[in-house]
Every structure is written in structure tokens, then in C-alpha cells.
Write a protein that binds this ligand. Structure first.
Ligand code: PGA
Length: 262
């Protein structure tokens, strides 16, 4: 399976800044590997800029294998939903992925599993690959509810989602207590949950479960990425802070590449 290194830029990077960052990433990868096409069989590189910066990043990454993702979308295709954006618009704009159910969407903007599920279906129907984010809060972990929370988020988020082959479904485990805090789950803690997620996916999708990339997210950086990616059920990383600088994002991609070649 291809490793996936995805950068979630959150509400950072104006079109101008996003263009500079995208250029820095492309230049950095070309310098390190001389030919970006070599990434094809090994690492799927995704960047998720804010909506207004998507066009700029699409144009700066033209003729590379870098894929563009959106950070959110509405489940309807069009209509009277002021301030929202649809899967079809994102696809037309050049996106191939969309993160759904990110903990900030769940906890700051009140998105629940049922709504996230509608978005999952709409993303796939319209040709976007969803990256479904799941993860427990610190209180839920302290109260020993981690497994139940993850199970509910997955089961309810994936109702009716059948199209899982060839990376068309990606799951990201992001413990909320590790996001943007500098605290990372240990590789063992992350692996424990990833193995649990894989088992749940196996119940839903049988053999296809082995080909669903499971990303870890939460304070991933160049200094901890190797140990995380070395775990058997961690197939990549969803990265916030460390994706905002070209050199650290390039290092993360190179880590994925190195590990996948071993
Ligand atoms: P972080 O964010 O890497 O800054 O912890 C990860 C995420 O929210 O996807």
C-alpha cells in the first residue's frame, strides 16, 4: 500500500502564501529526489489548503503528483446554503480529496456522525476521496471510552459507504489531545488504536480493509514520523503544524518514501 502524507493547512495560508508554500514543497521535493514522478508508487502526497487558496495551489502543483484536498464540504450538490461549498465545486476546482469529521469540525462547529456520514456519501458520489477523521478527547481517554468513541465514529460515519478500494476511502486517527498540542500519541498507543480500526474495517469490508490507508494525526513532525510510520497499521500521517513549512513537510514526505522503500 502507498503511504499517504497529507498536510492540513487549516485556516492558514492566503492565496499568496499558499502559492509560496506549494512552490517551496515542489522545489524541495524536486531537489531531494530530482524527479517528482518517482513518488508515484510509494507515497501519495496531499495538501489541503483553505478554499480560497485551492486554485493557486492547483496551478503551482501542475504536472506534479501532489494531490489537492479540501478541508470540509457540504453534503448537498448546490442550493441555498450560504457560505457552504459542494463536492462538485471542489472537484471542478481540482480537488481529489476532502477531510471530513476533523475534530475541529466536530468540536468547534458541532458536526455529528450523522451529518459527517451524509458528507461521506456525497463526497464519494461526486468523485472525491474522503479522509474520515476520528479520535477521542482527553476526557474520553481518561474515562476509558476511547474504543467506544472510535467505534461509534467509524460505524456511523461509514453507513452506506461501500466504495473503499484503491484508496477511495482513507481514515485518519487523530486523538484530540494530541492535535496542535505538541503531545503525540506514542507509536504503541497509536498502533493499538490503528489495529482496532483495522479490525472494525475488516468487519465492514472484509479483505478490502487491508488496502484502506490508516493515517495517524496529532503533532506529527520530522522527529517522530519514522517511529510512527514504522508501525504495522500506520500507513501515513495527517499533519497540521508541521505541514506549514515547506522544509518540514518535504522531510515528512521523504520519511514516507524511505520507509516504503525498505
Ligand atoms: P497537528 O494537527 O499536526 O498540528 O497536531 C493535525 C490535524 O489537526 O490534522
Amino acid at each position: 500500500m502507498k503511504y499517504v502524507i497529507a498536510g492540513n493547512w487549516k485556516m492558514n495560508m492566503s492565496p499568496l502564501e499558499a502559492g509560496q508554500l506549494a512552490k517551496g514543497i515542489v522545489d524541495g521535493l524536486m531537489t531531494a529526489e530530482s524527479d517528482l514522478t518517482v513518488f508515484d508508487p510509494h507515497v501519495e502526497i496531499i495538501v489541503c489548503p483553505p478554499f480560497v487558496s485551492i486554485a493557486e495551489v492547483v496551478s503551482r502543483t501542475e504536472n506534479t503528483l501532489i494531490q489537492i484536498g479540501a478541508q470540509n464540504m457540504h453534503h448537498e450538490i448546490s442550493g441555498a446554503f450560504t457560505g457552504e461549498i459542494s463536492a462538485k465545486m471542489l472537484l471542478d476546482a481540482g480537488c481529489r480529496y476532502v477531510t471530513l469529521g476533523h475534530s475541529e469540525r466536530r468540536h468547534v462547529f458541532g458536526e455529528d456522525n450523522a451529518w459527517i456520514n451524509k458528507k461521506m456519501i456525497a463526497a464519494q458520489v461526486n468523485g472525491l476521496k474522503p479522509i474520515l477523521c476520528v479520535g477521542e478527547t482527553e476526557i474520553e481517554r481518561d474515562e476509558d471510552r476511547t474504543f467506544n468513541v472510535i467505534k461509534k465514529q467509524l460505524k456511523e460515519g461509514l453507513i452506506g459507504v461501500q466504495d473503499v478500494a484503491d484508496g477511495r476511502l482513507v481514515i485518519a486517527y487523530e486523538p484530540v489531545w494530541a492535535i496542535g498540542t505538541g503531545r503525540t500519541a506514542t507509536p504503541e498507543q497509536a498502533q493499538e488504536i490503528h489495529a482496532f480500526i483495522r479490525k472494525l474495517l475488516w468487519e465492514l469490508y472484509k479483505d478490502s480493509a487491508v488496502s484502506i490507508p490508516l493515517l495517524y494525526g496529532g503533532s506529527v513532525k520530522p522527529s517522530n514520523v519514522y517511529d510512527l510510520l514504522a508501525q504495522p497499521d500506520i500507513n501515513g500521517a495527517l499533519v497540521g503544524g508541521a505541514s506549514l513549512k515547506a522544509d518540514s513537510f518535504v522531510e515528512l514526505v521523504l520519511a514516507g518514501l524511505k520507509i516504503s522503500r525498505n
